[in-house]
Design a protein around this ligand. Structure first.
Ligand code: ADP
Ligand code: MG
Length: 441
């Protein structure tokens, strides 16, 4: 009697392994019950032939119920006399030998959480906990320069390596990816290139905007992407703009990017900037007075790399010149560091100093409340914003409780009047001005 065989067709080797690992007991039991004790289980695995689009399938008997012998089925294209080349094994190359190209400093531990990065960070953590097993595949992290894309992408890789040491993680800059591809074309080793990338479990490609306009590289990346995605391998991509704004990127790739999650990194708010500076100082074992840290955080607003850079500059200066870092010294250096805005403080910083002075929470100053003491503090903040920054009246109004330009004008007049008539008020304003402005001795 011919043995009965149950063939399960699966889209990739991953599914075969998954079923064998998790469902074999149930399958075996059911097959015995329904088909009898002599019945066999085998899988028909659809193989994606690297760059050629011709699919073929291999039949693999269950490791648990039959012999391991590959039998080609469905028109065995590309399968010669010698049987099927296993695309998962490349001679001379062992998975464990791949250097992940990760920088241990870029860990989650060193990545400060804030409103600006909460979604991207938690998506990153979810991916790290279950690479390839969440719907965040690919995870695409986008945002302006110096906002932490590379750091976060690296953190995901580092975390996965710690939790799953057996997984092959690879971080690669897209320029490097492009160069490797060009070299492989020159050396006629495109297959090796593709095979190499197809055996990665977690592929992290940084700055994919550089693939724009590189049609050949996009093609090959498309195939690698499909292969990895189909085998439930994780992809993490970063980009300096939202994918929809990417010019020169193939539509089919753009649509693949939408399969997972796109999460953006935004400009950090003041609390996050302070926290990042503190973390860095703590990490380097350096102490800096809180008002200096705050001054830096208030002055450098748009870019974390610059934020760190200014801190390094200040520390270096003080070491070279053997000067103690005072607030004045910090202010002088920050002013040199922040080009174009020299001698201009930010409205945020003015508000902060005013609030500290009057012992008011910043939210209250920025609210619409008309309590007397708040109104006066707000007017003083507006007055300084007008006299010490180049901001327009309406910008100042928006930043101080959503007032219009007439209110700001009125505030400036009121403060000027009081300075002339009220001695105590005048000395308070002078004192505040000293605290706010650069006091270069
Ligand atoms: P991008 O790749 O977006 O240009 P990076 O990842 O290179 O930015 O980040 C620039 C610098 O800012 C790096 O030194 C990084 O460690 C630091 N950085 C960015 N985001 C954070 C964060 N949330 N916490 C701590 N450091 C950060
Ligand atoms: Mg980067």
């Amino acid at each position: 009697m011919v043995d009965m065989v149950l063939t399960i067709e699966v889209p990739s080797e991953f599914f075969f392994e998954f079923l064998e690992e998790h469902y074999i007991t149930l399958l075996r039991k059911t097959i015995r019950q329904v088909m009898g004790t002599g019945a066999k289980l085998e899988y028909s695995i659809l193989m994606d032939q690297n760059t050629s689009d011709v699919p073929y399938a291999v039949k693999v008997p269950s490791k648990n119920t039959g012999n391991l012998k590959n039998v080609p089925v469905h028109a065995p294209v590309n399968i010669g006399q010698n049987g099927i080349r296993n695309p998962f094994i490349i001679p001379g190359l062992q998975k464990v030998n791949i250097d992940s190209q990760l920088n241990p400093n870029y860990s989650f531990e060193n990545f400060v959480e804030g409103d600006c990065n909460r979604l991207a960070r938690s998506a990153g953590l979810a991916v790290a906990g279950k690479p390839g097993g969440t719907s965040f595949n690919p995870l695409l992290i986008y945002g302006g320069t110096g906002l932490g894309k590379t750091h976060l992408a690296q953190a995901i890789g580092i975390d996965i390596k710690t939790r799953f040491p057996g997984k092959t993680v690879l971080f690669v800059q897209s320029e490097r990816f492009i160069q490797q591809f060009i070299d492989s074309v020159k050396n006629n080793s495109q297959n090796d290139f593709v095979n190499f990338y197809q055996m990665i479990d977690v592929l992290i490609i940084d700055d994919i905007q550089f693939l724009s306009g590189k049609d050949k590289t996009q093609d090959v990346f498309f195939h690698i992407f499909n292969h990895l995605h189909q085998s439930n391998k994780q992809l993490v991509l970063t980009c300096d703009k939202p994918p929809a704004d990417l010019q020169g990127m193939e539509q089919r790739l753009l649509s693949r990017f939408k399969w997972g999650l796109s999460a953006d990194l935004q400009v950090p708010d003041i609390e996050t900037r302070i926290a990042i500076l503190q973390k860095k100082l703590y990490h380097d074992g350096i102490e800096l007075a809180p008002d200096i840290v705050e001054y830096i955080a208030y002055s450098i607003t748009s870019n974390i790399r610059e934020l760190e850079g200014s801190l390094v500059t200040i520390l270096a200066q003080s070491t070279f010149n053997k000067k103690v870092i005072s607030l004045d010294l910090a202010k002088q250096m920050i002013d040199k560091f922040v080009k174009n805005t020299s001698h201009e403080v930010s409205i945020d910083y003015i508000q902060k100093v005013v609030c500290d002075y009057f012992n008011l929470p910043l939210e209250v100053l920025k609210s619409k409340t008309r309590k007397r003491e708040v109104v006066q503090a707000r007017q003083i903040a507006m007055y300084f914003a007008k006299s010490l920054t180049k901001s327009s009246l309406s910008t100042i109004g928006i930043n101080c409780g959503g007032k219009d330009h007439a209110t700001v004008l009125h505030a400036c007049r009121t403060v000027n009047n009081l300075i002339e008539t009220d001695k105590k008020f005048r000395s308070s304003v002078n004192e505040l001005q000293k605290k706010i402005t650069i006091n270069s001795k």
